[in-house]
Design a protein around this ligand. Sequence first.
Ligand SMILES: [Zn+2]
Ligand SMILES: [Zn+2]
Length: 273
Amino acid sequence: MTKGTVPFVMTKGTGRFVTRVVRGRTSYSWMEIMKTWITRKNGIEIFRLLGIRCNCYLVRKDGISVIIDTSVRREYATLLRRLKELQVDKLACILLTHVHFDHVANLTRLQGRFDCPVYAHSLEEGFLREGHTRLPKGTKPFTKLAIGFVGNNVWRMHRFAVFCGRVFTELSDDLMVVLGPVFEQLNLQVLHTPGHTAGSVSFVVDSEIALVGDAMVSQFQRDVFPPFANAPEQLPTTWRTLLDTGCRCFLPAHGSEISRNQVERGISKYRAV
Ligand SMILES: [Zn+2]
Ligand SMILES: [Zn+2]
């Protein structure tokens, strides 16, 4: 390992990526962060555009692209660069798994640039108008401690640009729904997956791969329980719902690909929470 290089070992199948600290700034190898999944059934592509802080995904088939979540402000230039590299000059829509600063900080600029519809769950929409959300409750000893220490005002540190545009809230359905031709083209279905926040949703691509936002994570030694959740007791049910889709893997906003076995283990471990 060279001096100044900090290794992070990611879960099986994703190899290792390296963060290099250069004059106080952080850069990383895109070759190792970028990953693409292609569904077996219809060849739909899923690109991980950004890593480290918050994963953003692009889902694409035959020139139709949608983006899921928008990451933090400082990643905006990188996000645009990644879209350019993939020759994306049009977005059919922006989909939000939920409204937390690390998922929506670039929403206003991105929507302004691509002039495309935005979808979010109706329970999350109001936060976009306020430009902040309170962090959910801590679920791990260190996050409980952190929230206890900074208190509910922690949201002041995590403001984001108020979004004044129209938000389509058809994602409110409790059942899986197919929304319009874009969603049919991408065989994209929406699933209400509460627990992290009340209006959290997941997107199931081709009945094969689910983009789950913060409904689960893969950063804590294979423990899928997110470090923050408003209603942690709902998460095992949400995970069961996601498993019932038959998806072969789950892509979280934080960390790398999660297997069905990992989710099963999480259900067994936390059923009684
Ligand atoms: Zn979140
Ligand atoms: Zn997040």
